[in-house]
Design a binder for this molecule. Sequence first.
Ligand SMILES: Cc1cc2nc3c(=O)[nH]c(=O)nc-3n(C[C@H](O)[C@H](O)[C@H](O)COP(=O)(O)OP(=O)(O)OC[C@H]3O[C@@H](n4cnc5c(N)ncnc54)[C@H](O)[C@@H]3O)c2cc1C
Length: 388
Amino acid sequence: MISDLYELIDPLGSSVGLTDAELAHLTRLRHTLDTEITPLIPAAWEAGETPESIRPTLAGLGLVDPADVLGPDGHESALYQGFRTFELSRCDLSVQILFNGQASMFRTLIRELAAPDRAAAWDRKIADFELTGCFALTEPDHGSDVAGGLETTAVRDGDSWVINGAKKWIGNAAISDYLLIIARTEDGIGGFLVPREAPGVQLEKIEGKIAVRMVNNAQITLADVRVPDSARLPRLNSFADINRAMRGLRADVVWTAAGMQAGILEAARSYATERVQFGKPIGGFQLVQEKLARIYANLASTLAMAETLTRGATDGVVPASLAKLFAAQRLRESAALGREIGGGNGVLLEHHLARFFADAEGVYTFEGTHEVNSLIVGRHLTGLGAFH
Ligand SMILES: Cc1cc2nc3c(=O)[nH]c(=O)nc-3n(C[C@H](O)[C@H](O)[C@H](O)COP(=O)(O)OP(=O)(O)OC[C@H]3O[C@@H](n4cnc5c(N)ncnc54)[C@H](O)[C@@H]3O)c2cc1C
């Protein structure tokens, strides 16, 4: 049976496997997002600033590995992790990145790629947001082609490495203790934990963004930055290592697109039932109902895809690329329909629809652009690589 929490926004029953304990944590998260965090968003979004209270508030909820949700293997269920991402994204994409960039991405990369003793020593601190980090791969001149074009270099010098180069778009860098810098080495590639305040590291906030405005995305310059050999992650020596480490994260972006569409549906439905034109709520007109129904179908199909991907019956990059390109397209359509239902108010932050509309563009581009994911799927279908 679908719980009250998901009665409206999970029409196909993707949430049905959640346990009572998992639902209790998600309910608490929903309440905190709705009452403490959502009211902060319009002003912070307009200012392009991260409210300082968001991370401590979320960290204080103990959402990562609470004892009552751990399975016999000592891990959270993938379904719980997925719905946690769904809840955060239903509130706001920046809020999701402030949480997941740390608790999901940085934590997973350290768990999978750091030396086992460091991974064990850091894991709880990362989960509790006491030790923070971010992932820095993209460069000013290399986005989609970064695997072949990486220009940042790390050169061995005695017991240390000297790093030179630049990174762009790095989310949460300004609030991270460590930047996980991917650099070219003499024998391939390496990942280096560079303290944010190390000499030679310079961070510049990217201004003028139309999406994820509450996340500080940085352009990073690295000039003769020296780190000890122990800063290198021993299990990261190729892009295949990064892909393997991130395998468990591939569904995150699909859960994100589903959660955002839940937020869009709720905001659009609420607006359509309150806004009166021609003597009745606009939700009573057939053309408006058609838009709501289309958002609902998009949400349902994206959520079902997220859940199927999470179940892990298929593995590898093709199903993940297929799901990402589908989810981002559905999200883009839903965001446009929601904004349209808002009319003029649809471009105002106070009704929340404008923010989802702008943030959908971020999802469309990061974690592999629409085109790059299409090329991965196209190569699978034809056997012909069309990247070059
Ligand atoms: C909000 C946001 C947050 C981000 N956060 C991070 C982060 O935390 N860490 C990080 O490392 N990176 C991050 N990124 C970077 C992101 O991964 C890149 O933006 C993405 O990989 C695309 O690279 P690009 O922007 O350089 O676009 P480009 O690669 O320059 O692409 C431009 C356009 O050309 C198309 N294109 C490129 N090659 C081909 C081809 N062969 N065939 C057809 N079309 C092609 C693309 O699809 C796109 O439409 C973030 C980006 C955004 C927008």
